[in-house]
Ligand binder design. Sequence first.
Ligand code: NAD
Length: 304
Amino acid sequence: MGGSCAGKEDIMEKRIDGRTALYALFGTPVGHSGSPAMYNFCFQHDGINAAYMAFDVNVDDMEQVMKAVKLFNVRGGNFTMPVKNIASQLCDEITPAARLVGACNVFVNKDGRICGDVTDGKGFIKNLQVNGVDVKGKKLVVLGSGGAATAVQVSLALEGVSELAIFCRNDEFYPRAEGTAKKLATECPDVKVSVTRLDESAKLKEAVDGCDILVNATSVGMKPMDDMTLIDPAWLRKDLIVADTVYNPEKTKMILDAEAAGCKAAIGGKGMLLWQGALNYEFYTGRPMPVEEYQKYQAEQAAK
Ligand code: NAD
């Protein structure tokens, strides 16, 4: 290189060449997303000649996005809000979980066919597994009926829980819980599913008393509602497992209450985020994500 460019080769991206495969995140906003940093680290670690970029697109752009994915041979990637629902309708193939949830957050391009899945619920279950909790045959209470709750409920039913008691506020999300229960009655007839309003406190207490695992999948507990919990701490007992989807703060009030009550396990939502990310990587590269190495890298970056 000439004198005026001296030193530039040090900062130029060395991995990208004419054969570099593109992976991408679609949605809006995407500027804050941690996905490009995570997946580019993993590609580099695994010696995969690929790069992951984020594209700010909205629902109306999605037909063009799907055409562009095929035209540019984007090998795989992710859909985030608000395009997860429309993406599930535009994929060429989707998994049963994505069909039942009506949303798709990950895709892989198989020779021009776009195949989608939803991994939020699977990530939640994997996070319980790595914390020593198996959901099969268990009775669960799940609070909420928004995006996260629906994905968690569908995955739990597909995983073979015995009972799923859904409690949700009587708001615009309530009909979605009823829709989920209806779909699961057909698709997972062995799972006993019920939907109850959250303000029916006596029924909620009775359900918590009789369940193995209690899950918060509402936004209660997340900042700025971080001083709130939907569960009376007096209902928490030693043989109960408590899990949250909320990861900000890492320990919600409900998780802190569960720890204070000596519950068998109190599992926050941060691991769900990590594991759904890892499942995405596996979905589109066909190999396990280097999770430990990425966590080590993250810790090193945070310490700088
Ligand atoms: P959403 O907006 O789709 O749904 C929100 C849900 O919370 C609805 O069921 C709503 O009825 C309920 N809710 C809100 N305020 C309430 C209140 N005051 N009382 C009772 N219920 C209330 O949101 P979402 O995308 O499903 O996200 C829910 C939570 O899950 C958020 O905190 C989000 O950060 C978290 N989440 C975590 C992960 C992860 O990987 N850990 C993934 C997705 C979402």
